[in-house]
Structures are given as C-alpha cells and as structure tokens.
Design a protein around this ligand. Structure first.
Ligand SMILES: *[C@@H]1O[C@H](CO)[C@@H](O)[C@H](O)[C@H]1NC(C)=O
Ligand SMILES: *[C@@H]1O[C@H](CO)[C@@H](O)[C@H](O)[C@H]1NC(C)=O
Ligand SMILES: *[C@@H]1O[C@H](CO)[C@@H](O)[C@H](O)[C@H]1NC(C)=O
Ligand SMILES: *[C@@H]1O[C@H](CO)[C@@H](O)[C@H](O)[C@H]1NC(C)=O
Length: 344
C-alpha cells in the first residue's frame, strides 16, 4: 500500500535518492577503499561490484530485476529501493508519491506520482536539489554527487577530488575529513600516514622524487656482480631500486657511480642500455622517469595498468582488455611488447 515508500523514506532511504550521473567507474570506487566488499555500479542500478585490495575483482547484476542497494549491500525490490541511476526507473516502480533526485541534472528534481509516472520541477537559476533534506539549496555543488552514493554505510574512503583526505560514507553521502596536521589519508591502508600518497613520496608519481640516489653518487659493493659486454672494459648495472637508475662501473671492486636514464626510458640490464619502458619488463615502480599517466603492471600480460598519480591499479573494460601503454589505449588484441609477455 501507499504508505510503504513513505515509511522507507522516513527510515532514511530517501537519502539514497538518485543524484548526478556519475563519472566514476566501479574501479574508481574500489581504488578509494581499503576494505573488501560490495559497491554499486554507477552506470546501472541493478549492478554491483566486489572490491578487494583496492581492485574490482568481480561484478554482476541482481537477478529478477532487483535493484542493488549499495548502502546495505543487498538486492531489493524495485518498488522499495531507489534506482540511483534513473529517476524514471525509480518512479516507474514507486507505489506512493515521492520526490527523487534526477541523476543527470541536479538543478531539477523529480516527482513520482505513485502510479508509475514522473514529473519534473526546477530549483531555479543557481539552485540544486538536495535529496537528504528534500529541498532546493544554493549550488553549485550537488549534494548527491559523492562516491559514497555507491558505497556501504559507515566506511571511510579516499576523497577522489582531494587526494590525501577522506570521506565518511553515511546513507549515500560523504562527510569530508582530513588527517591531523602533516599526515595524509592513504586509501590503501585506510589510515593517516606521514608520507603523502598523492605526491609520490613513495616514488610513484611519475617524477623521480623517490629516487634513492643522486646523480654522480658513489656507492660501494654495487659493481661486484656486474660484467662487461664483449670487448668493453667498463659496464653498467641496475640500481635494483628503480627502473631507470644504473651504476657505471669500472671494475667489480670499485664503487659504482649512479646515473639516471634519459627521461622516458628505463634501464635494461641485459644489453646495459636505456630502452623504451615497454621493451623491458621492469618489476619495480614502472611510473618512475616517465610522463605517462598510466603504465602497464608487470606480469599481468598488460591486462592491468597503474594510475601513476595515485599508484592505484585498474583494468581495461573486458571488451578491450589489453592496455597498450605506448599508445595509451585499451585494445582487443594481446600485445607483443616485452612488458606484456608472460614472465616465467
Ligand atoms: C514490491 O514488489 C514485490 C515483487 O514484485 C511484491 O512482492 C511486493 O508486494 C511489492 N510491494 C509493494 C509495496 O507493492
Ligand atoms: C498519474 O497520476 C497523475 C496525477 O494524479 C496523473 O496526472 C497522471 O495522468 C497519472 N498517470 C497515469 C499513467 O495514470
Ligand atoms: C599471461 O598469459 C600466459 C600465457 O597466455 C598465461 O599462462 C598467464 O596465466 C597469463 N597471466 C596473467 C596474469 O594473466
Ligand atoms: C609486434 O607487432 C607489431 C605489429 O603487429 C609488429 O610490427 C612487430 O614486429 C611485432 N614485434 C615483435 C617483437 O614481435
């Protein structure tokens, strides 16, 4: 009967009303969460994904037309569960009158008549609809536009718009928070830490700020396992800490002198040369010494890539599952770059 949805609303499910169309993917949601569990699919309110270790490890849809409730991680009847991605779908199933947010336009709100139809109202110039208070408020930020809309209640997640800060998710809304002075929120551990995970304090920002050596630095013991090629009398060895650093050695007993490959290249210890990163499967931080926003992840056949700005990893869509780091696209065919070959 008609009272059902109103009662659900009173129980705060109204807070889950649809907001903006999200530009987030499930991979983006997982990348911000240190925990394991379900997230909603921002592109389909019947869909869900499962996150583990900041990665999307599986996904599916609720059966029999049920709608996924991301806050409770359950599939619910369409007539009592808000479809976060479509106000029309919510109203089509709603059995009682209610207001809903309109996913692609926060300036508008929807009104479900309770007979399957929807009508729209406008919050006027500069106004946005705030579903949690069922009111038009002054914009421009849309209150519904948070990754928490697709995430469980009562968890902390990284703030995708403010790396190093976090959101506390509650009923689909994210309350922003910051770590104590001089500490940063790590989406990977779910804790505040002193190294900044956003600027590559750990050496993974695509710059070389994490380099353990300086150019010209002399280090003892590093040349002992090296060997000159052919008739050469000097040789080069990897610094074993970065993909792009090497030591110049004059003998196995002398100190090595550190240097970096030219920007955009990595050191391949076999020919003792700086080469295209794709031409050498470096198992260390591949984002070092390159300007690329993404780099293929070692030993994944190029099915996985790292987002250099955050160190999070991600997958290409299953239809184009291989990441081609040279052309920065997801492609259908397996790639023959060295980095994409299976290592044994
Ligand atoms: C909601 O839909 C389910 C399944 O179709 C049905 O069993 C239930 O009675 C409906 N609830 C209301 C309030 O209409
Ligand atoms: C639904 O209800 C509204 C308001 O009573 C009415 O204007 C509209 O025609 C109805 N639509 C249907 C399909 O019954
Ligand atoms: C990469 O491909 C090889 C050969 O096709 C396969 O044996 C291996 O399991 C794949 N590895 C990954 C991580 O997909
Ligand atoms: C890789 O594929 C390209 C295009 O298909 C081809 O031109 C190239 O020779 C291949 N390289 C190797 C090492 O097989």
């Amino acid at each position: 009967m008609g009272g059902f949805n109103m009662k659900v609303c009173a129980l705060a499910a109204c807070l889950l009303l649809a907001g903006q169309v999200s530009s987030y993917s499930m991979e983006d949601l997982c990348a911000q969460w240190s925990g394991s569990g379900y997230v909603g699919n921002p592109a389909d309110c019947t869909g869900w994904g499962y996150c583990q270790g900041q990665k999307l490890v599986s996904w599916n849809t609720c059966k029999n037309g049920l709608v996924f409730n991301a806050q409770t991680s359950t599939c619910g009847f369409a007539n009592s569960t808000i479809c976060t991605t479509s106000a029309v779908a919510t109203c089509a199933a709603a059995k009682s009158p209610m207001y809903v947010a309109v996913p692609d336009d926060c300036n508008k709100y929807g009104y479900c008549f309770g007979n399957g139809t929807i009508d729209y109202g406008s919050c006027g110039t500069g106004g946005v609809y705030a579903a949690h208070s069922n009111a038009c408020i002054w914009g421009p930020a849309c209150p519904q536009d948070s990754i928490c809309r697709f995430m469980k209640n009562d968890i902390f997640v990284g703030d995708p718009n403010n790396c190093g800060s976090y959101l506390l998710c509650n009923n689909g809304y994210g309350t922003p928070g910051s770590c104590p002075t001089n500490t940063f929120y790590s989406a990977g551990s779910g804790n505040c830490q002193s190294t900044n995970p956003c600027t590559g304090g750990s050496g993974s920002s695509g710059s070389n700020t994490g380099s353990p050596y300086t150019v010209g630095q002399q280090v003892s013991g590093v040349c002992k396992d090296g060997k000159a090629i052919g008739s050469a009398t000097t040789f080069y060895v990897s610094d074993t800490k970065t993909c792009y650093g090497y030591f110049y050695c004059t003998s196995t007993t002398e100190d090595g002198i550190w240097n970096s490959c030219l920007f955009g290249t990595h050191f391949d210890p076999t020919p003792q040369q700086c080469v295209s990163p794709a031409a050498y499967a470096c198992s260390l931080n591949r984002c070092g010494n390159v300007a690329s926003p993404f780099m293929a992840v070692f030993n994944t056949n190029c099915t996985e890539y790292e987002i250099c700005s955050s160190s999070a990893t991600n997958y290409c869509p299953s239809s184009n599952k291989y990441y081609d780091e040279v052309h920065n696209i997801c492609t259908t065919k397996p790639l023959n770059y060295t980095i994409c070959e299976a290592s044994t």
